[in-house]
Design a protein around this ligand. Structure first.
Ligand SMILES: [Fe+2]
Length: 250
């Protein structure tokens, strides 16, 4: 059996290649919209989706997972290890983003031509060397958007791509076999740009975040980060509408 991935002794959440392929086949094409390109590719890039200055937050000192349960930013539960990206910092429901969750929903409804319910949101600070393992998300992520907020990576490294696999084309409705395999696409975002994607259908991931070269003559103690926020939604008349406001929690 393959060795389990851990970070500081805590088991990380991982899906095997086989699990990803099986889930992908099961769910492919289940959440249709009125945006042809979005349905064909499983993702859609929107330039300047939201003002990055409104989303900006400096790199906090904590690492792990913070859960906010009210509008009070000083109160949160803290787990020391974020189990999807070990060593990163993720924050569930940070009050700074409550307004944007609604505002972005309205923009996406126009782009895909269907009404949505909010499910949940979180933001993550990735650090150099960290990657996002290939995975497919739970039902509350039926319609997801990932917006780039900020990074302090130097210009030659700041285009750190989000990767996603486009849908396979099957021979028939039963998906008996693949006629045209999907492709791996890379998406580069500037601050404020967003990628809308079918988080519950499409495999997506990030390769390791780069390390800037250190200058031998200068002591560089900078901690490099890449800050991203994820807003999640479900279709109001879709099969996952029960996940509205993340009540189902799966
Ligand atoms: Fe994801």
């Amino acid at each position: 059996m393959a060795e389990k991935a851990t970070y500081q002794g805590v088991e990380l959440i991982r899906q095997t290649e086989l699990e990803v392929r099986t889930i992908e086949r099961e769910r492919s094409g289940t959440s249709w919209t009125r945006n042809e390109k979005y349905d064909k590719d499983g993702y859609y890039v929107v330039k300047d989706l939201y003002n990055p200055e409104e989303l900006y937050h400096p790199l906090p000192r904590e690492r792990g997972l913070l859960r906010y349960r009210s509008r009070d930013v000083s109160r949160y539960d803290h787990e020391p290890v974020e189990r999807q990206v070990g060593g990163s910092l993720s924050r569930y429901s940070h009050p700074q983003y409550l307004r944007a969750h609604n505002a972005v929903r309205k923009k996406i409804e126009k782009i895909i031509g269907r009404k949505l319910y909010n499910t949940y949101f979180y933001d993550r600070f990735y650090l150099s060397g960290q990657d996002l393992d290939k995975h497919i998300d739970r039902a509350a992520c039926e319609i997801s958007v990932s917006i780039h907020i900020s990074t302090n990576l130097p210009d030659n490294l700041k285009d750190w791509p989000f990767k996603i696999k486009t849908p396979d084309v099957y021979t028939d409705k039963k998906k008996s076999s693949i006629l045209v395999p999907g492709e791996e696409h890379s998406v580069v975002l500037n601050p404020g740009d967003g990628v809308i994607y079918k988080g519950h259908e499409r495999p997506h991931w990030r390769d390791a975040m780069p390390f800037p070269k250190k200058k031998w003559f200068r002591k560089d103690t900078t901690e490099y980060y890449y800050h991203q926020i994820f807003f999640h939604y479900v279709l109001q008349d879709g099969k996952h509408a029960h996940c509205a406001w993340d009540k189902a929690q799966q």
